[in-house]
Design a protein around this ligand. Structure first.
Ligand SMILES: [Zn+2]
Length: 525
């Protein structure tokens, strides 16, 4: 028995035949794709026929950069976004407290005192009566400030005697007593929160999976560690892993992974070990992205180098020695130059075709476009970041450099392979947020009116390719995934509206009608 989708609009991604009206799926594979009459003629009595007029069918959308299990854990946190008072936050928290055993941490996210009617910042006293036996940490919407209760302060050693960590601040009352509000302390507090158990990580994986499928995502490239791999492998063994997971690992885990039979570029068709993941620099917002010239708003710094050139090259060689490739985080223009240099050095010692990628590539040096292409390195970007980053980039880099910021069209024109992802849980997993950012180059409020550096706007087809064919190539699976050509695996996404007929600002609210992985419908609206 097979499925045939008729009377729809289908983007196949196949250069020989990019658009079609109908598709038939048999035994998990694309059996035929073409005009309605052609596909109808192939339908047997047992074929399930689905008519989907007005929708858009695409190859399965792949989110090529996120943190999958972390995203699932994040979804479980107490959601305080959009609440308009401290008492509303307390209500939400009360419901969470009864579900946790005494001593278990309660973590929340998204509060914003600017939209509260209280007109003040919160403190531990607002929490202590609600959760006297549970440590509580509530992260502000910015991710930098935390609101904690007395038990959390005690566990984290935040006392009157505690000295502020460098670059961080404990807010105190007139007597020097911490009040339960700390700036830049999240990482410090997280150190005393016990890591999630295998069962918790598995539950998070399932939660992330259903959210991904609901947004039409059939595959993800996750940047995590062996602990998350173990959870996903356990789900696969229980036949609960429906989404495809391309997993990167840090260099220090490569040997350990190998002793357990987990090898680069090998694995199943659901879970495989892709690149080794490295970091070349920090982030734009924190002013630690590594730049060729100093920051416009702080000429005393040009960012932070996470690894020396020798260290970076050594780690890239480790990946190559195991037959794999690398994914290197590089946000600033000098970080990208350094990565290209290190890859070039390592490739001199390890010949053979590589599928290396640079993560984020938010700012490029003009000289690096042709080099990127010549080395066939993939730019792995997250357009949704643009929604919040454009104003920060103008301030920190200056307008001259911003010309080469988030320059996806210039990358494509230079012949660079570009792939897209969400960076969830940093941003929402909904891929259409990135479609909007890439196509309109505006924030969700529609600013700036003509788009930020509008020459860099992409078409729908260019954006779709970055979510389908390119990530398949990066996974060395272009023979089976990434396009809807006959004989390929039937991973597909059906958007409830034809995206090509919509104004860009309408894209983020379009729903997914159906998600199919390997010919199996894994989500239906
Ligand atoms: Zn990330």
């Amino acid at each position: 028995m097979g499925i045939a989708i008729l009377n729809s609009r289908i983007y196949t991604g196949d250069p020989a035949k990019p658009w079609a009206e109908a598709i038939s799926v048999q035994d998990g594979k694309v059996a035929a794709v073409g005009r309605n009459a052609e596909i109808k003629a192939l339908c047997g009595r047992s074929t399930q026929i689905v008519e989907l007029p007005g929708r858009l069918v695409t190859p399965g959308i792949v989110d090529a950069h996120l943190h999958f299990v972390s995203f699932g854990l994040y979804l479980q946190r107490v959601d305080l976004r959009d609440l308009t008072s401290i008492s509303a936050c307390r209500e939400r928290l009360k419901a969470a407290v009864v579900k946790k055993r005494p001593g278990e941490w309660i973590i929340g996210r998204g509060w914003n005192e600017h939209i509260w009617t209280d007109r003040r910042e919160p403190n531990a006293k607002d929490l202590d009566d609600l959760a006297p036996d549970h440590p509580v940490m509530l992260v502000r919407c910015c991710g930098h400030t935390v609101w904690i209760n007395s038990m959390a302060m005690k566990l984290a050693g935040i006392t009157r005697e505690a000295v502020d960590a460098p670059g961080a601040r404990i807010e105190r009352d007139a007597n020097g007593q911490p009040i339960g509000l700390c700036r830049e302390y999240r990482k410090i507090i997280e150190k005393v929160i016990p890591p999630p158990t295998l069962e918790e990580r598995k539950a998070a994986g399932l939660r992330a999976q259903s959210e991904a499928l609901r947004y039409g995502v059939t595959g993800v490239h996750t940047c995590e560690t062996l602990a998350e791999w173990d959870a996903l492998a356990a789900l696969e063994a229980e036949r609960k892993l429906h989404i495809r997971v391309h997993h990167t690992l840090p260099p220090e885990e490569v040997e350990k992974a190998k002793t357990r039979g987990i090898e680069l570029t090998k694995g199943s068709d659901r879970l495989w070990f892709g690149q080794v993941k490295l970091f070349a620099d920090g982030t734009l917002g924190s002013g630690t992205a590594l730049l060729h010239a100093p920051y416009a708003d702080d000429p005393s710094t040009a960012g932070l180098e996470c690894l020396t050139m020798a260290e970076m090259q050594e780690r890239i060689e480790l990946a190559y020695r195991h037959g794999g490739d690398v994914a290197v985080h590089a946000i600033g223009d000098l970080a990208t130059t350094n990565v290209l240099n290190a890859i070039e050095g390592a490739r001199k010692r390890f010949a053979g075709p590589k599928r290396d990628r640079v993560e984020h590539v938010q700012l490029m040096h003009p000289n690096d476009f042709t080099r990127f292409r010549a080395m066939d390195v993939v730019a792995s970007c997250q357009p949704v970041h643009l929604h919040t980053d454009m104003l920060v980039a103008e301030k920190k880099w200056g307008m001259d450099r911003c010309k080469y910021g988030y320059a996806w069209k210039s990358m494509l024109k230079a012949g660079i392979k570009v792939q897209f992802g969400s960076d969830a849980p940093v941003e929402h997993i909904n891929p259409l947020l990135s479609f909007h950012a890439a196509i309109a180059r505006q924030n969700p409020a529609g600013e700036p009116k003509t788009g930020w550096f509008p020459a860099e706007r992409l078409t729908l087809e260019e954006t779709l390719r970055a979510f389908t064919a390119v990530p398949a190539w990066v996974s060395r699976k272009e023979a089976t995934l990434g396009t809807l050509a006959v004989g390929k695996t039937a991973d597909l996404t059906v958007f409830a509206e034809d995206l090509s007929a919509l104004a860009p600002e309408k894209l983020p609210s379009v729903q997914v009608e159906m998600t199919m992985v390997g010919g199996v419908v894994t989500y239906r609206k």
